[in-house]
Design a protein around this ligand. Structure first.
Ligand SMILES: *Cc1c(COP(=O)(O)O)cnc(C)c1O
Length: 405
């Protein structure tokens, strides 16, 4: 076995240059702590982009993975398997869902959601009713369909022609949706209840309720992309439960596997019926190992004390960041919900989010950005309070550096 030491330089030699990863290579994680090749320790407020919702090396997840690893890993969908059936039953029990389709990533869960919306409309209303209304600044994944439904044109540049029949309205502006929606043409409205990549922008309760009504009035399906906002992130298992607005289709990924790749599309029996035998599929979708891990994630995260703990940690982190913001005059607002927070840089610091991220790494704290002017935090849902305090101390040191103090 070749186990030569590897360094960041190797990335440029062997990888397609679509990412620009940082210079350190983490090699071990435990809870909310991560260590790099040099043994330097970091506190993780990034969570692998809202993925490691129970931190690193969570004993329950490790044992779920090991237990299943000794039984059976994979069967394909020619056979079903116990972990997939159990997980689907659990998800149906905890949400509006009556039917589940498993995939491996958020993009794929959304691809399934959008295809289902078209197929359902085609079956019930005919081929003309195929238009999808989505939102500017939205992010739904990187497949050609999901990047087209997403509302950031830069991600589509050079990849056209894109799939057609997609329109973009303004997020949190119901009037802009009314102008685009029609009973004859619209098959679905697709929205993130909280826009993640687009800057951690929470949907307005009235706006989301209004979308539900507009969809009902126009026989269109409401699709919630909860790839980032789901699995306890907001302190509710799914954000739709917090808003009290129930979609027809919901996509979930990121936190679902706690770091193991797995995703799901949830829907009702009536709508799900339109993905009949042979209409859609995925070789790895419903993989036994993945579902066994996701089962443990959902069983753990759905416990009331864990969800309640998210609210307490959120208050703590939000307050700490706001205080830092005030001391250095760097944030105009800290927005978001639960442990998905966006610290919005003031006019003076516009476009500088990456500098704070890099300084954070130097000081031993991992944060995310969401666009050039928002620092995004998405730590483990069970991060201990002392770790939060230490992370805030280190982040303040990073801010001091960036602000030249
Ligand atoms: C990350 C994300 C996706 C894409 O998920 P992948 O697993 O990267 O395909 C889709 N929608 C939202 C809201 C996301 O945050």
């Amino acid at each position: 076995m070749n186990r030569e030491p590897v360094s960041r330089e190797l990335f440029d030699e062997v990888m397609v240059p679509n990412y620009a990863p940082g210079t350190v290579i983490p090699v071990k994680g435990e809870g909310s702590h991560v260590w790099d090749q040099e043994g330097k320790e970091y506190i993780d407020l990034a969570g692998g982009i809202a993925v490691t919702c129970l931190g690193h090396s969570h004993p329950g997840l490790v044992s779920a993975l090991m237990d299943q690893a000794e039984k059976i890993w994979h069967l394909s969908n020619v056979m079903t398997n116990e972990p997939a059936l159990r997980l689907a039953k659990t998800l149906c029990g905890l949400t509006f869902a009556e039917r589940v389709f498993f995939a491996n990533s958020g993009g794929e869960a959304n691809e399934a959601a959008f295809k289902l919306a078209r197929r359902y409309s085609w079956e019930h209303f005919g081929p003309e009713k195929n238009e999808i209304i989505a939102f500017k600044n939205a992010f739904h994944g990187r497949t050609l369909f999901t990047v087209s439904v997403g509302g950031q044109p830069k991600y589509l540049e050079g990849f056209e022609p894109a799939p057609g029949g997609i329109h973009h309205a303004d997020f949190n502006d119901l009037e802009s949706v009314k102008k685009l929606i029609s009973r004859d043409k619209t098959c679905a409205v697709v929205v993130e209840p909280i826009q993640g990549e687009g800057g951690v922008m929470p949907g307005d309760g009235e706006f989301l309720k209004g979308l539900r009504e507009l969809c009902d009035d126009n026989d269109a399906l409401l699709v919630f992309d909860e790839v980032q906002s789901g699995v306890g992130r907001t302190g509710h298992l799914y954000a739709y439960q917090m808003y009290g607005v129930t979609p027809d289709i919901l996509s979930t990924a990121k936190g679902l596997g706690g770091g193991f790749p797995v995703a799901a599309m949830l829907t009702t029996e009536k709508v799900g019926k339109s993905l009949g035998v042979g209409t859609h599929g995925s070789t790895y979708g419903g993989n036994a190992l993945a579902c066994a891990v996701a089962q443990r994630v959902i069983d753990t995260v759905s416990q009331p004390d864990i969800l309640k703990g998210v609210a307490a940690r959120s208050d703590h982190l939000r307050k700490g960041m706001m205080e830092i913001g005030e001391r250095y005059g760097i944030f105009s607002e800290v927005r978001g919900s639960g442990l998905l927070l966006g610290c919005v840089l003031t006019e003076e610091w516009q476009g500088k989010a990456k500098e704070f991220l890099n300084a954070g790494l130097e000081e031993g704290v991992m944060v995310l950005i969401a666009g050039p002017s928002v620092i995004r935090l998405a730590p483990s849902l069970i991060i201990p309070e002392p770790d939060l305090d230490e992370a805030l101390t280190r982040f303040e040191a990073a801010v001091k550096k960036v602000c030249g103090q």
